[in-house]
Design a binder for this molecule. Structure first.
Ligand code: DX5
Ligand code: ZN
Length: 216
């Protein structure tokens, strides 16, 4: 599967979201981090902001829900027009039902795992999802250092996906930059979220292309 780069708008200027979104035309889509002060110790944005972003861009939206009780809230993001909605397995009460509801609402469904959560317990869910997101930092903040301890899990997840035989994407999120992306790609990731590396660059769009070339 070709490498995809999804800039995280968590590192964009929240007062000028539309203009920052327009700075990354080369991106495969936009990664939107929703945090609730409960699942993670940070608060970002919710449905009204996602709806506003939807109105100003045709880019695909990849919603990463770092919230408690995604069973209750996730489907509304699909209904708002997001192409992909990711919920954390640590927070979901009924992940099979939730993934099916997301797909029924027209979105791709994805599960996310924190660095300390093993993938092996979730292999049976692979038939229900379009993507697996492996966090490569503890979730909650942009700009943290990549955790090398996640590399073996990327490789194990790639094996599970291959055994499953599907076309499930393997996304990594946290500390992805020009110094870490090749390690992740070698381990088996094909979909890369980058926040500070992209929006902290002098030329964010050139960084998107550079990261994609490194991942290839
Ligand atoms: C962190 C978020 C990430 C964050 C990544 O919990 O899920 O998407 O924006 O930021 P960087 O790329 O700066 O680590
Ligand atoms: Zn994220």
């Amino acid at each position: 599967m070709d490498a995809q780069i999804w800039p995280s708008i968590l590192s964009a200027d929240f007062a000028n979201l539309q203009s920052d979104i327009e700075r990354v035309p080369a991106a495969d889509g936009l990664h939107v981090d929703v945090m609730d002060y409960r699942f993670v110790p940070n608060l970002t944005l919710g449905l009204p902001v996602v709806e506003a972003i939807r109105r100003v861009t045709t880019k695909e939206l990849d919603i990463h829900l770092m919230i408690d009780d995604p069973d209750r809230w996730a489907v509304s993001y699909a209904e708002a027009g997001a192409e992909s909605v990711t919920f954390h397995v640590e927070a979901a009460g009924a992940p099979v039902r939730l993934a099916r509801e997301l797909r029924k609402a027209g979105a791709r469904a994805a599960i996310a795992l924190n660095p300390g959560t093993a993938i092996e317990s979730y292999g049976d869910l692979l038939g229900e999802v379009d993507m697996v997101l492996l966090m490569t930092v503890e979730p909650g903040f942009g700009g943290q250092s990549f955790l090398d301890l996640c590399l073996p899990k990327i490789a194990r997840t790639r094996e599970l996906i291959a055994k499953h035989g599907g076309s499930i994407r393997l996304q990594v999120d946290g500390g992805i930059s020009s110094t870490t992306i090749e390690r992740c790609a070698e381990a088996g990731a094909d979909t890369f979220v980058a926040g500070s590396a992209v929006f902290g660059a002098d030329d964010p769009d050139a960084m998107v292309t550079a990261l994609r070339n490194l991942a290839r």
